[in-house]
Design a protein around this ligand. Structure first.
Ligand code: FE
Ligand code: FE
Ligand code: MG
Length: 194
C-alpha cells in the first residue's frame, strides 16, 4: 500500500513539473508576441515589407548599373573609377542580400524577375547611354541621392518600433552616404587633370 502511494505521489510530482514547464513556455512566447504587437501593428509590418521589396528591387538595379558602368566607362581616371564602381557593385549586392534575409524573417514575398526591378523600384536608374567618366559619375551620384532619401525615410518609419530592421537600414544608409561621397570626390578630381 505504501509503495503504491509513493508511486502515485511520484506521478503527480512529475505531472506537476511537466505542467509548470509547459505553462512557463506559453507565458514567455505570449510575452514576446505581445511586445511585438505593441510596437508594430499588422499594417505597419505590411507597409514595411512593401518598402523592403522596393529597396530590394532598387539594390539589384543599382548593382547592375554599377556592374555595367564598370565595363563601359571611358576617359580620365578610368582605372580608379572602375575600382570604385566594382566596390559599390559588391556593396549593393550585399545590401540586396541583407534585405532579402530580413524579408524572409518577416514572411515577405520578394519574388520578381529583372524586368520588374524598374516597376517595383523607385530610384529608376537610367541605362548607360553615355560611357564617359563624367556622365557615369553624375548618373550614379543621382542614384545614390535617391537611395539616401529612401533609406532616411525608412529609418524614421521603423525607429523605436523594429530594432532589427533599424540596424540593417542604418548600416545600408551609411554605405550609401559613403558611396555618394566617394563618387563626388572622383568627380571633383576630374577638372584638375585638365
Ligand atoms: Fe545599396
Ligand atoms: Fe549605393
Ligand atoms: Mg566606395
Amino acid at each position: 500500500m505504501e509503495r503504491s502511494i509513493n508511486f502515485y505521489g511520484a506521478c503527480i510530482f512529475i505531472l506537476a513539473i511537466l505542467s509548470a514547464c509547459s505553462t512557463g513556455k506559453k507565458e514567455s512566447s505570449t510575452n514576446v508576441t505581445s511586445v511585438l504587437q505593441d510596437k508594430q501593428s499588422k499594417s505597419d509590418v505590411a507597409l514595411l515589407i512593401n518598402k523592403l521589396v522596393t529597396a530590394f528591387a532598387d539594390e539589384w538595379m543599382a548593382s547592375y548599373q554599377y556592374w555595367m558602368a564598370a565595363k563601359l566607362v571611358q576617359g580620365e581616371l578610368r582605372s580608379q573609377v572602375i575600382k570604385e564602381l566594382i566596390e559599390h557593385y559588391n556593396d549593393e549586392m550585399r545590401h540586396a542580400d541583407m534585405i532579402a534575409k530580413r524579408l524572409i524573417e518577416l514572411n515577405g514575398d520578394f519574388r520578381m524577375f529583372p524586368q520588374d526591378w524598374h516597376k517595383i523600384g523607385v530610384c529608376h536608374y537610367d541605362s548607360i547611354t553615355e560611357s564617359s567618366v563624367i556622365s557615369v559619375l553624375n548618373e550614379n551620384i543621382k542614384g545614390e541621392q535617391c537611395a539616401i532619401d529612401f533609406y532616411q525615410n525608412l529609418l524614421e518609419m521603423v525607429k523605436g518600433k523594429d530594432d532589427k530592421t533599424y540596424s540593417i537600414i542604418l548600416e545600408i544608409l551609411n554605405d550609401e552616404i559613403e558611396h555618394k561621397k566617394d563618387l563626388e570626390e572622383l568627380h571633383q578630381a576630374l577638372p584638375k587633370l585638365k
